[in-house]
Design a protein around this ligand. Structure first.
Ligand code: MF3
Ligand code: CO
Ligand code: CO
Length: 276
């Protein structure tokens, strides 16, 4: 049995109890601001992404923009993670660690940011192109963006969480891509990662019923090859087992009476690359 709990803004910091929280107007207002900041950061760093730049330089820019806006990168110090964003290049599926490594011509990369603003988490990621990726890489990125938006269409009252994954899996597999199973979307709000788990491959009609007031992310990771991933020895970096390219997009959303509100939409219409 899924349990739900209507929460007031001040309750929530302490509620790590696995129930699905149903938030009110004040939470939506907070999420709107945090989400907008995440989107503005992702918009701005698009101009930095090109061959020769280090991922550490991008991470510095993310930290600077986050702090300048009066927010904190939620990843800094999160379970020992020491950076302000995750940057996942080519066959890296997620949680790539910024470093002195430079971007190469033709790389595709995901940048994932999570500003914590006034107690609310805005979690979003997009793909970027460094130089001119191959046609098959660009196609993967395009379809992965469509997977996210197709999943979001299912995020409405009366549907179940599994309907989101079912739609994503059906679409990705129709292109012969693999849907990553090990990482999922998640509830968020005052907490970075909360119930429910939003899996990206599922059977329709399964999982918790979607209700107004729920806040969660959808963040499909789609592989050009097989779905399997492995974790590198650094304890963070997840890569495709078959070394195939992987792509991901992530939005933070809130369920409304008749659908959902996307908190992390790009104000500059930089939804997907190319961003020029
Ligand atoms: N932003 C990631 C997510 O979408 C989580 C990153 S946690 C980190 O849930 F520690 F790896 F940064
Ligand atoms: Co997330
Ligand atoms: Co994220």
């Amino acid at each position: 049995m899924t349990e739900y709990q209507t929460v007031e803004p001040d309750d929530q910091a302490v509620l790590r109890d696995g129930t699905i929280k149903l938030h009110g107007a004040e939470a939506f207002e907070g999420m709107r601001k945090a989400g907008r900041l995440a989107a503005e950061i992702l918009d701005e760093i698009a101009d930095m992404v090109q061959p020769g730049v280090t991922t550490a330089a991008i991470d510095d820019k993310v930290r600077e923009m986050t702090l300048d806006a009066g927010a904190v990168p939620a990843t800094l110090g999160y379970r020992g993670y020491q950076h302000s964003c995750c940057i996942s290049i080519n066959h890296v599926v997620c949680h790539g660690i910024p470093s002195d490594k430079t971007l190469k011509d033709g790389d595709i990369l995901n940048i994932d940011v999570t500003p914590l603003l006034d107690g609310w988490h805005g979690d979003s990621s997009r793909m970027y192109f460094s130089g001119e990726p191959s046609l098959k890489a660009r196609r993967l990125v395009e379809v992965t963006y469509e997977c996210l938006m197709i999943g979001i269409e299912q995020a409405k009252p009366g549907n179940h969480i599994g309907d989101i994954g079912a739609a994503i899996q059906q679409y990705a597999e129709s292109h012969r891509y693999g849907v990553v199973r090990e990482f999922c979307g998640h509830g968020l709000g005052r907490l970075f990662h909360d119930a429910p788990e939003v899996v990206h491959a599922a059977r329709a009609g399964t999982g918790a019923e979607i209700r107004p007031g729920m806040l969660f992310t959808i963040e499909p990771m789609i592989n050009l090859g097989k779905p399997a991933v492995k974790l590198l020895n650094d304890g963070w970096t997840a890569v495709t087992r078959d070394k195939s390219l992987s792509a991901q997009f992530e939005h933070s959303i809130g369920i409304t009476e008749d659908g959902c509100e996307i908190f992390t939409l790009s104000p500059r219409e930089r939804h997907k690359p190319p961003y020029a």
